[in-house]
Design a protein around this ligand. Structure first.
Ligand code: HSE
Length: 395
């Protein structure tokens, strides 16, 4: 696309406004917003009313609009908009990790059928360039592991709890006010949001397409003061970690909190920042850190995709096309800490071994080895009186 590209934007929330702001402060981008489709026309907005429409067709049927930017919350509506735009051969940029993770095969098919690019850098770790790096720099099968902090809101909450003794609910409210949290913050707190990001990363890192239900996620919803004290006593913090890793041709993945020693690189990732550790056969460890949530950080990733479209960039899905023959496994063993204080006890029979058992009034915990498959099936883990954290002894 050589001429100035015209954008039709869906949504003008935190990210939409971030995009508007970064686009207007960036001279080098040959793009302008023509229309913004919104749901509530009566809401006061900081820019001229002539930008807005409530009709999706005003954007989708406008032959002048080359690129549709989808920045809404609702998954089904977002999928419908993205599909319609691709069918009309309009390139699409989206930040909607849930929509992408839940509809990946259909979105891939649409891109192939209509030969139209669909870019979504902003869906993973906001300002950190993850997807294009995995596609272009790590375009071989030497990558062995991607892990890190993929959710800004929970990292913001955990940082405040550990560093400032702030209460969980207060920190969560701040994360919502600052535009880091999802409209439904349980997606952050229960580790669904980072799982959606991990699903997208798995495609570009290892060429594996999975459904959200395939991956174990456990959040920080059951975190207790006693767990925080335990971490402090061990000179560690708790971080919500998403990980995918290759061992031979087997790939495993999970998303759950982990004790991270204070001196660990991931402890440098604080507040709404995200951090990614990549490991390759020869490159060994590499570390990326950047703002993982917020209007401007996410808007800047959307802008980078728009810029990429000006030189006709599209994902080639190199790992998928390399037919790497990777298979997904849940047959790995993990060492976990489980605290419990109520009537519900972790079922000892689920564990391969238990190395520590501590019981005192109101605070019990065990440390043991358990298979990921058993964790996914364990009913006792759903009880709010139970809390699960990976120990430091997991490679
Ligand atoms: N709610 C998400 C987070 C926003 O906190 O990371 C960015 O994807």
């Amino acid at each position: 696309m050589k001429r100035k590209i015209k954008l039709g934007v869906f949504g003008f929330g935190c990210v939409g406004q971030g995009l508007y702001s970064v686009l207007h402060q960036t001279k080098g981008i040959n793009a302008e917003i023509k229309k913004i489709c919104i749901k509530h026309p009566d809401k006061a907005r900081p820019i001229d009313a002539s930008f807005f429409t409530t009709s999706r067709d005003e954007i989708l049927n406008d032959p002048e609009i080359d690129v549709v930017v989808e920045l809404i919350d609702e998954v089904d509506a977002a999928f419908e908009i993205v599909s319609s735009a691709l069918r009309k051969r309009k390139a699409v940029v989206s930040a909607n990790k849930k929509m992408i993770a839940e509809n990946f095969p259909a979105l891939l098919k649409l891109q192939q059928e209509f030969q139209t690019p669909f870019l979504y850098e902003a869906s993973c770790c906001a300002s950190i360039p993850v997807i294009r790096n995995l596609e272009e720099y790590y375009d071989n099968d030497l990558l062995t592991s991607v892990e890190g902090i993929l959710n800004g809101s929970t990292n913001y909450i955990l940082t405040h709890i550990f560093e400032n003794n702030k209460a969980f609910d207060e920190a969560l409210k701040d994360a919502q006010r600052l535009g880091y949290a999802e409209s439904d913050p349980s997606l952050d707190v229960r580790a669904l949001d980072p799982k959606y990001k991990l699903l997208i990363i798995l495609v570009h890192a290892f060429g594996i397409i999975l459904n959200p239900g395939d991956i174990f996620n456990y959040g920080i919803q059951n975190l207790k003061d006693a767990d925080i004290r335990y971490a402090r006593e061990k000179n560690a913090r708790i971080k919500l970690i998403a990980r995918c890793c290759k061992n031979g041709n087997k790939v495993y993945a999970y998303c759950m909190p982990r004790f991270v020693p204070v001196s660990d690189t991931l402890n440098k990732v604080t507040y709404e920042y995200n951090g990614l550790l990549l490991e390759g056969a020869f490159a060994e460890h590499q570390f990326f850190m950047g703002k993982g949530a917020g209007g401007n950080a996410t808007g800047s990733a959307v802008l980078s995709d728009i810029s990429a479209l000006t030189y006709d960039y599209r994902y080639e899905y190199k790992k998928l096309n390399q037919n790497l023959n990777h298979t997904y496994t849940r047959e790995i063993e993990l060492e976990v800490y489980v605290s419990y204080n109520g009537a519900i006890q972790p079922a000892a029979a689920d564990f391969e071994s238990i190395s520590v058992r501590h019981e005192s009034p109101g605070f019990n915990y065990l440390v043991g080895r358990i298979s990921l498959l058993k964790l996914m099936k364990a009913k006792w883990m759903d009880d709010p009186s139970v809390n699960l954290v990976l120990t430091e002894n997991n490679i």
